[in-house]
Design a protein around this ligand. Sequence first.
Ligand SMILES: Cc1cc2nc3c(=O)[nH]c(=O)nc-3n(C[C@H](O)[C@H](O)[C@H](O)COP(=O)(O)O)c2cc1C
Length: 334
Amino acid sequence: MTDLRTTYLGLALENPLMPSASPLSRDLGSLKQMEDAGAGAVVMYSLFEEEIDLESQLLDAYLTQGTDSFAEALSYFPEAGAYRTGPDAYLEAIRQAKQSIGIPVIASLNGVSSGGWTRYANLIQQAGADALELNLYYLPTDPTMTGCEIDLMYVDLVRQVADQIEIPLAVKLSPFFSAIPHTVATLAGAGAQAAVLFNRFYQPDLDLDSLEVVPRLTLSHRSELLLPLRWIAILYGRVELDLALTSGVHTAEDALKGLAAGAQVVMLASELLQRGIGRLTEIRHEMSAWLEEHEYDSVDQLRGSLSQRNTAEPAAFERANYMRVLGSYSPAHR
Ligand SMILES: Cc1cc2nc3c(=O)[nH]c(=O)nc-3n(C[C@H](O)[C@H](O)[C@H](O)COP(=O)(O)O)c2cc1C
């Protein structure tokens, strides 16, 4: 039997497959199912900066200005009640998850600005989370804001959060940086022990009939794997933190590719939402069978074997390959 055991963020996992943050972790029954299906660890759904800020604004309005202001404050956040559950419920969800399952529970905070909301990192630690994932989801729309300013904003935030906790910290990033290796290395220096690559941005669509902008949440496709795969292969061995792959993992082959690129763990959301938590078991079995068939003693042996550092063709990850790929197109591709 190939040894699937893996460490991630200093935690010992039975295998490198992890459900990433999604609504599946909102339900204790699903959390247990994920553990039973063989998840190595689980990332909880995110608590958002906006939810924390909303709660303090509401409390403030209630205490200082009476119930009218309370209602007014609430009306600014029409979706908050329906979509989210609030900070206290989140801490309770972490406590209950820890009581119910034995695999590591990684909490998730989603925010961008440094401020009072980051104290929740410490409350999450007190609630018993084994680690914290900080999802940095910022969309710069101001043309006067530079990429450097955004990097600095992230570094400040990671430092601020890392200072409040002793549990390990992972940072989940989007792919939209001009220098991904530098950004990741800087965040490692600021206290991140893992980079989770990459966040998916949910793109709004335009409805030409109603002339409205419509939010659209689509689940991922396998082709989305190639973006994190490339960057994990490039970063492996170059940055001093663990690399976790998220986006586009739907099969055992996808997961194995992630590990070969250099991922410490591979995460799944869309596949489990679409086809059920039982897919974790199937993917783990297929991964094991492949590793045994190819005579790997452990996942560690596979990890990074196709990273840029270790592959026989490092240029395949770089610009050098660009002209060759474009030149390889033939009308038969249509
Ligand atoms: C319905 C849904 C809800 C999600 N909620 C969160 C969340 O609360 N926090 C977060 O960091 N990522 C969230 N994600 C992103 C996933 O964790 C994951 O990174 C992304 O879907 C890409 O992985 P996949 O291709 O396996 O779906 C969500 C994704 C989906 C589809």
